[in-house]
Design a protein around this ligand. Structure first.
Ligand code: TYD
Ligand code: MG
Length: 457
């Protein structure tokens, strides 16, 4: 056991512990994430009294009656969707995201809606960041001031634990976990030690009492802020709230979910009266699109279980640098490099003297390789200065030999395109084993990337 006041060095990203400071964390490979912490009598192991004797554990067969998971609807459909169809009692949900993105707004809206339900679930919103008045002002702005939410401003976990022990809570929100502290842990609030110890105690109570626990954590894109990353292992669900500054769209993404699918997204728009759910994201992402412009095309993507159409914009212009610039917003820059290399090697296009900028309009971040073909077409369209038909959607993955590969759920993508009035689609070839897709959209199957050049002659 560590001596009292002994120092240790903890990585803020992955929580690895080192006896000496070092610039790079060997475990996660991040630089400058290791910070000094005082061990303070052995972290949180001394908070829960240890029993001297253990008990025998019971083993059971794999089959048997399962406990039915009852789910509590949040009244916000997009949040329900991302959490796997509602909140499971006793589950712990970490909501991460950049400061100012709207986490507190979302959770205040959710807890007000839950508290208003006829069964009158008890909802506790504990803010460590804002004073009571600040939360009240926000509630008023959102028109939620009449909702029976129990509000408190507190950062002492001991006080919170004692209070919640006596209460009959259904949902508890801790905003944010980085502001909370436990006396026994001697490091400052927000340090890995504090965040981990506070969460451990809260999670234990949530599991025992069966309330839904939301932990809010600020995480920068580089995972720079202390704590929350190490929490990902301790919680049941991790939701990230993301969006570009200057854009109104906010996307809630499940990156881990023990009670539902991951990759599911919820789309919101930040308005003056708070976050508004977007039921048809495609219409929103395409709202500002101008047809007949070179370098623009529409990608029919899938986010979780839902098809989402987005505009992909490329700008190709002669470079004034010795090495051409490639800049990407909303997509993987390595994939752009691969698509450009395939266009050069397999289609004979010369891009080495061109800067290439790629943007996913609307602030959405796409991770699907299915966008390859749409990216390639946007790049060629910009290079040749020839616009693509405005009513066309594209999807398909590109392989290194230039072949266009099939992607998941083509019919769902085409159905969404048809619904939004798109008349034609460029898609990967359907193989004889697969069922032919039934759709009103006029389909052009492309087996090799060389064939897309024909569209620009
Ligand atoms: P907030 O929920 O405080 O962010 P976080 O908890 O993630 O730090 O959101 C703050 C931003 O949201 C702030 O810049 C103002 C904006 N906002 C609106 O645009 N409309 C609203 O109705 C509210 C409450 C906030
Ligand atoms: Mg906040």
């Amino acid at each position: 056991m560590a001596k009292k006041d002994a120092k240790q060095y903890v990585c803020r990203t992955c929580g690895s512990v080192y006896p000496k400071w070092q610039g790079k964390c060997d475990a996660c490979g991040e630089w400058n994430t290791i910070a000094e912490e005082i061990v303070g009598g052995g972290g949180f192991s001394n908070i829960s009294p240890r029993r001297s004797k253990g008990n025998l554990i019971d083993f059971v067969p794999l089959s048997g009656a399962q406990e039915h998971l009852s789910r509590l609807s949040t009244g916000i459909r997009e949040l329900d969707r991302v959490s796997g169809g509602g909140l499971v009692s006793g589950s712990v949900i970490l909501v991460g995201g950049d400061p100012g993105i709207g986490k507190s707004t979302l959770l205040l809206q959710a807890c007000a809606k839950i508290a208003e339900q006829p069964e009158k679930p008890e909802v506790y919103y504990i803010s460590g960041e804002e004073a009571i008045d600040q939360v009240r002002i926000r509630a008023k702005r959102l028109g939620l001031e009449k909702s029976p939410v129990n509000l408190a401003s507190c950062t002492d976990i001991k006080d919170i634990l004692i209070t919640l022990e006596k209460a009959n809570a259904a949902v508890v929100i801790i905003d944010s976990i980085q502001t909370m502290y436990l006396d026994e842990v001697e490091s400052t609030p927000g340090s890995v030690g504090q965040v981990r110890a506070c969460s451990y105690e809260l999670i234990k109570l949530a599991k025992r009492k069966g309330f839904v626990l939301f932990l809010v954590g600020h995480v920068t894109k580089q995972g720079e802020l202390a704590g929350p990353r190490v929490l990902e292992h301790m919680v049941d669900t991790v939701l990230y709230f993301e969006g570009e500054r200057g854009h109104h769209f906010r996307i809630l993404r499940a990156v881990k979910n023990r009670y539902g699918a991951t990759d599911e997204i919820g789309v919101f728009e930040m308005q003056d009266q708070g976050l508004v759910e977007i039921e048809n994201p495609s219409a929103l992402f395409l709202a500002e699109r101008q047809g007949n412009i070179s370098g623009s095309c529409v990608f029919a993507g899938i986010e979780g279980s839902r098809p989402v159409l987005v505009e992909i914009q490329a700008l190709v212009s002669p470079t004034s640098y010795s090495s051409p610039k490639r800049a990407v917003v909303g997509w993987d820059s390595n994939r752009l490099a691969m698509v450009l290399a395939v266009l050069e090697a397999r289609c004979g296009m010369s891009l080495s003297s061109q800067d290439v900028y790629l943007n996913i309009a609307g602030g959405l971040r796409i991770s699907e390789p299915a966008a390859d073909l749409a990216v390639a077409m946007a790049v060629i369209s910009s290079l040749t200065n020839k616009p693509l038909p405005a009513d066309m959607v594209i999807f398909g993955e590109i392989g290194l030999s230039g072949e266009v590969r099939g992607v998941s759920q083509p019919s769902l993508r085409l159905k969404e395109a048809g619904k939004l009035g798109f008349a034609s689609a460029i898609v990967p070839p359907t193989h004889s084993k697969e069922k032919k897709i039934k759709t009103d959209v006029n389909i052009h199957e492309i087996g090799n990337v060389q064939r897309i050049i024909n569209w620009f002659n």
